[in-house]
Design a protein around this ligand. Structure first.
Ligand SMILES: Nc1ncnc2c1ncn2[C@@H]1O[C@H](COP(=O)(O)OP(=O)(O)OP(=O)(O)O)[C@@H](O)[C@H]1O
Ligand SMILES: [Zn+2]
Length: 721
């Protein structure tokens, strides 16, 4: 090649041509550095005919500066990047960026320096040094990362290095990961598990594209089944990608993986420290990383020999990314498998309606595990009608749930109370003047967190102390908490049963791998009687002594206009119910509701999943909703309210008039102010026949907006706020 076309990482320009200097060998997919004005830019060598660029005459081309020492990005991944950009109406280079590690990883391996406490007792201890000394026990990372961990300046830490309190450690970035052993601890599978595993193993061996929907009830051993597929891939020297919906679940997964394969898998997620990121990325590219576990961001990693993708808890909404490139990692995982010509397994006890529909149509192969492993039975589900079985004033546990808790405590068994709301109370107001605490950046109430004594916004992270007096009328001691969060439920349990050992399990309390590991160990070891938790503990966990699950408010998720509200409620409650009775003792689930007649509650009580999904599918068909029709959203935002409104109107005014497309709005978004930006939405409902993306591209492509306006397109949206 004497000239190349690059996809470059620049916000304005994305395609540029360059000359290849003599003697330099360049291949498609190479990551290179090129000059751009007085600066340098990173780029990927792409097929020229697949990128629209302006033809620059040979004589005007500037030469490439450097080809980076990493293997070229393989063709299947280049095609995946194009597909994703096209489908989600996103810039190609924003999608491509998701597969790159750090600049340092691209530069090569070698070594880096990290620091840790040397054990030296400092002669002089400033308060900041004391704080750092406390916070950095057992830690080792770069100065910048340690500074963040300890909440002190880098200067303080450099001073500690000079004083010998922190010592440098040389870290080898290319040191090998221990090898996973496919036969380390192979379980004996039940007949139905073995049948499922056999199909996966055959598919891994065949090396063809195939999508499996592993639909097994909670506790049926889905993990054990797909572990056998992973073992087969490891034996074949192929790499495996396992995607989990949240980092919080990885801790549990790591332990199970290590028990099965002898070593932990390679982790990839956004909060890895620099040196781990470099090491993991390089091992993935070189093919040395056997099994990689991660959240969404692992999907675009440049594997050398990918042989299998597993998406666990595949129904989870968090696979959908709602900022930057708005893609659904579950759906793109299937597309990746297609480009790579490999099998993909979507595992869930409560599959998404979309997935079930594709299975029914024969596009996905459905594999059922209809019973729990080891003779455990599915829990007994009881509906508690809060209108008849009323909790006391300012209390949230119905008498029957209190009684059930009391029984469990007496028998030394565990209970789990589920309420999907962090903190103590979702709204705080002044009893005297009615003032309500609201976030200054978002149209949302501030949530009281009593444990950390602050009022916090769950959208933007804004937090303030709880004042003594009302900020409006200055009356002291007049603030009242309205409604419950998990902390308030925990208080209620503790006032009813002072001797009960209670654990609150949310992203506030379980915010590090160590805390999660500690929580799991205590729960398994019988050191916790009652767990009060959010959706964080509804899935993945296996506590054999847990026999009671109480759903505090089954109606919560049904409020608001979310298109998938009923499905999500069903999934969440079925999942949390699935934590009960997984051991030898049978489980019981009490669902508190004010609408026992609602279809979703009735289906849960009757254990009739098929009826629920059938009714839900009918409703969606009538509404032209996915998977029968398609939705897209256009979200317009600006820090200036008038500017946002004007831009939204401009888009609305230019709407195309097409028979198979219906356009709603613009209207202020339900969250009309978010992180200081005013937001408007347009919703597009299209028949499957419509070329939705092309329509949107043409529509928006003809318009121009002021600098401060952001226009985002959300294809197949999950969030309607
Ligand atoms: N064949 C087996 N041999 C030994 N233990 C097994 C076997 N199958 C499942 N188990 C155990 O049963 C428990 C439940 O299995 P697992 O967690 O894989 O179920 P699951 O289908 O993923 O459940 P959920 O969807 O509720 O998370 C686990 O502790 C698992 O180790
Ligand atoms: Zn906010």
């Amino acid at each position: 090649m004497s000239r190349v076309r690059l996809l470059v990482f620049n916000p304005v320009l994305s395609v540029l041509d360059y000359r290849v200097p003599p003697g330099v060998d360049v291949q498609l997919g190479n990551v290179v550095i090129a000059p751009l004005g007085p600066r340098q830019v990173l780029g990927i060598v792409w097929e020229p005919d697949r990128l629209d660029g302006t033809e620059v005459p040979e004589s005007k081309l500037r030469p490439l500066l450097e080809v980076l020492p990493v293997p070229p990005i393989a063709e299947p991944l280049r095609r995946l990047i194009e597909w994703t950009a096209d489908y989600y109406c996103a810039p190609l280079n924003s999608v491509a960026r998701m597969m790159l590690g750090s600049m340092a990883a691209l530069r090569g391996g070698g070594t880096t320096t990290e620091y840790r406490l040397s054990g030296l007792e400092p002669a002089r201890l400033t308060p900041q040094r004391a704080a750092a000394l406390d916070a950095l026990q057992g830690e080792q990372a770069s100065i910048r990362e340690l500074a963040e961990l300890a909440s002190v300046s880098e200067g303080v830490l450099r001073g500690m290095v000079n004083a010998g309190i922190l010592e440098p450690v040389t870290v080898d970035l290319d040191r090998a990961y221990p090898r996973a052993q496919p036969d380390h601890a192979q379980p004996e599978l039940s007949e139905e598990q073995q049948a499922a595993a056999d199909q996966f193993i055959a598919a891994v061996g065949a090396g063809k594209f195939q999508t499996f929907l592993l639909d097994g009830v909670t506790g049926s051993g889905k993990t054990e089944c797909y572990f056998e597929a992973i073992a087969a891939a490891i034996r074949d020297r192929k790499q495996v990608l396992v995607m989990l919906p949240e980092i919080a679940l990885t801790e549990n997964f790591l332990r199970r993986f290590e028990a099965r394969f002898g070593v932990p898998p390679v982790l990839w997620h956004s909060s890895l420290k620099q040196s781990e990121r470099r090491r993991a990325w390089r091992a993935i590219v070189s093919g040395e990383a056997q099994v990689v576990v991660g959240a969404r961001s692992a999907l675009f990693m440049p594997f050398k020999r990918l042989g299998l993708i597993v998406v666990d808890e595949a129904h989870e909404v968090s696979f959908k990314q709602d900022d930057g490139v708005r893609y659904n990692a579950r759906d793109v995982a299937v597309i990746r498998a297609r480009f790579e010509a490999i099998p993909v397994i979507l595992a869930s006890a409560t599959p998404a309606l979309e997935s079930l529909q594709l299975a029914e149509a024969g596009v996905y192969q459905k594999i059922d595990l209809p019973s729990r492993f080891g003779g455990a039975t599915l829990p007994h589900i009881e509906v508690v009608d809060l209108r008849k079985d009323e909790p006391a004033r300012q209390h949230w546990l119905a008498p029957s749930l209190v009684k059930a808790l009391e029984d469990r405590l007496a028998r030394g068994e565990q209970s789990l109370l589920f309420l999907n709301r962090r903190g103590y109370a979702p709204l705080t107001l002044c009893r005297h003047c009615g003032y309500r605490f609201q976030c200054p950046n978002c149209s949302a109430w501030l949530v009281e967190h009593r444990l950390s004594r602050r009022l916090a916004c769950h959208h933007c992270g804004h937090a303030s102390e709880v004042p003594e007096a009302c900020p409006e009328c200055h009356t002291p001691d007049c603030l009242v908490a309205c409604g419950p969060g998990v902390e308030r439920i925990a208080d209620e349990v503790s006032s009813l049963f002072p001797e009960a050992r209670i654990a609150i399990a949310t992203s506030d309390t379980l915010n590090s791998p160590e805390k999660i590991a500690d929580f799991v160990a205590r729960a398994e070891g019988g050191a916790i009687d009652v767990i009060v938790g959010t959706q964080l503990v509804t899935k993945g966990y296996h506590f054999p002594e847990l026999t009671l699950v109480g759903v505090i408010d089954a109606d919560m998720g049904l409020e608001g206009g979310d298109l998938r509200a009923a499905e999500r409620t069903y999934q969440q409650i079925a999942q949390v119910a699935g934590r009960a009775g997984r051991g030898v003792k049978p489980g019981e689930v009490l669902i508190q509701t004010r609408h026992p007649e609602a279809a979703v509650i009735a289906a849960l009580a009757a254990g009739d999943r098929d009826a629920f999904y059938a009714a839900e599918a009918e409703a969606r068909r009538d509404a032209g909703a996915p998977p029968f029709g398609r939705w897209a959203a256009i979200i317009v935002s600006s820090e200036d309210e008038a500017e946002a409104r004007a831009a939204a109107r401009q888009i609305g005014g230019a709407r195309p008039d097409l028979p198979d497309v219906m356009i709603l709005g613009p209207a202020p978004a339900p969250l009309s102010l978010l992180r200081g930006r005013y937001r408007y939405r347009l919703l597009i409902n299209a028949r499957r026949s419509a070329q939705l993306q092309d329509i949107i591209r043409q529509w928006l492509g003809a318009l121009a907006f002021p600098q401060g306006v952001r226009v985002a397109v959300d294809i197949d949206p999950y969030s309607f706020v």
